[in-house]
Design a protein around this ligand. Sequence first.
Ligand code: C2O
Ligand code: CU
Ligand code: CU
Length: 432
Amino acid sequence: VDAAGRRVFELRAQSGRSDLGHGGQTATWGYNGTHLGPTLRARRGEQVRVNITNGLGEDTTVHWHGMHLPARMDGGPHQPIRPGSTFSPEWRIDQPASTLWYHPHPHERTEKQVYRGLAGLFLVDDPATDVAALPHEYGVDDVPVVVQDKAFTDDGQLAEASPLGSDIGILGDSLLVNGTPKPYLPVTTDLVRLRVLNASTARSYNFAFSDGRPFTLIGTDGGLLDRPHQVDRLPLSPAERAEVLVAMRPGEQVVLRSVPPAPEGDFGVRRFQGGRDKFDVLQLRAAASLKPGPAVPAKLVDTPRLDPAEAAQTRTMTFTGRQINDRLMEHGRNDAVVTKGTTEVWTVRNGHGTPHSFHIHDVQFQVLSRTDGGPLPPHLSGWKDTIRLPPQQGYTVIMRFADYADPETPYMFHCHLLRHEDQGMMGQFIVV
Ligand code: C2O
Ligand code: CU
Ligand code: CU
């Protein structure tokens, strides 16, 4: 915290060599270190400033994924940081307690930069939208789980070509958690909170435990849910987050896995999109005796539901090919002009046989319905900023653009399969 009361972070994007299970010689990128970045953490109401220095040989940006902040600070493709220079965005944290993240967003190079290792978590603390009786000790019973898949060449370097048949970009066959190959977590309490981020560029996961045990979903992209939900599967597409609680017994071991989802859509196509792959993600190893954790509260937080009757505007965004509403991303074109202080309802649809996703900057949305009328699962019951759009499906979502008008600087919305984003599956909106 500086003399002006601001919480100041320093990030330096740089290249180096990391041990990702291939002898310590893998060329990678990271913030401050050589792979991934530090977990940043700030309280609601705090003014934060991040001094980001670009130590790479090409332009980068740092985008605050899920953060409500002015467009000029958002770190989209409009705020390039040239090699050797420093960008210092500053804003006031004003949103519920949540697990957000940061990653580069440069024009046409996002997939490569994230894949090489540029990503980190940003945790927002806010007692008013948190529950004291949840595990809270960072790294002990409240543990970040940043999941990424990597492919390696024979000489232990990151392979950056997409596999044959993949229309979604790089799919790796090795899994890392927090940059660690074959990871395990020593567990010392009988209730563990995992903050899971899918930081892969293309791969979707369907998490489950090796013994099929149920676990408790307590939070999604933008914060805690109204109440806990018992689940035995948790799907996460790239950029989505979830907070879960896992109950453990003394001395046991259990593995968090990713398993193929129940058959859905075209089997043959899905195989090339990684849909049939299985992974061990993280082993949990419980100590011989465990500290008793809190009981899972029956109620978490009270989230006001946004009301579609108050929507000032409705829009439809249809994702096909690499386009949204038949248009590729174009600098200087605003695809939506939103009035500050209003609520909007958007129908976001996949009109295509390839999976896509919808992510929007600046706001968190609530899901109102599925375009095919089907039920909404618990992981879509809370605040979201990213949602997977299965082939030929979509959702109607509602969001409020509370403040931060800026006619000059757009925010982005896009598919978060990063190859698609780089190929132009992105649009811009301004708030005026
Ligand atoms: Cu996570 Cu526009 O990005
Ligand atoms: Cu974002
Ligand atoms: Cu896409």
